[in-house]
Design a protein around this ligand. Structure first.
Ligand code: IDP
Ligand code: MG
Length: 139
């Protein structure tokens, strides 16, 4: 199944460092429409569940603690080829390896505190969107 939606979070470092406005501006200027958006935070339990696919990785515990350390902005975005195009504008996981001009190159602090999340597949975009927005048919 293909879809034209992806899911993002502005992570705690992006919020903490005052980059919400700049990041949303970057996203909308790149042609994404914001379908749903929420300023919220994750408990450690919720963060653990969101990142469950990474539970065997050495950074999992730190990641869960980090992702529940402060407010985040969760959003569903729409655009043709949304998942792939969004991964292009956020750049590589490690900001020191991200292409110039990408969101992570511009705003991220480290491989962990890397400013934004972006879904890696249409299937995960739907799962992750549903994690935050339970009444998706409304959007
Ligand atoms: P992605 O966010 O670019 O898709 P993933 O490999 O899915 O990267 O990892 C999920 C998140 O886990 C990353 O965005 C980052 O916050 C964190 N992470 C990934 N690799 C490392 C690492 O080697 N050390 C610490 N944190 C990491
Ligand atoms: Mg990922």
């Amino acid at each position: 199944m293909t879809t034209n939606r992806t899911f993002t979070m502005i992570k705690p470092d992006g919020v903490q460092n005052g980059h919400i406005g700049a990041i949303l501006d970057h996203i909308t200027k790149a042609g994404f429409r914001i379908v749903a958006m929420k300023y919220t935070s994750l408990t450690t339990t919720a963060a653990g569940k969101f990142y469950e696919v990474h539970k065997e990785r050495p950074f999992y515990k730190d990641l869960v603690n980090y992702m529940s350390s402060g407010p985040i902005v969760a959003a569903i975005l729409e655009k043709d080829n949304a998942v792939e195009d969004f991964r292009k504008i956020i750049g590589a996981t490690d900001p020191s390896k991200a292409d110039a001009g990408t969101i992570r190159a511009l705003y991220a602090k480290s491989i962990e505190a890397n400013a934004v999340h972006g879904s890696d597949s249409d299937e995960n975009a739907a799962i992750e969107g549903n994690f935050y927005f339970s009444q998706l048919e409304r959007y």
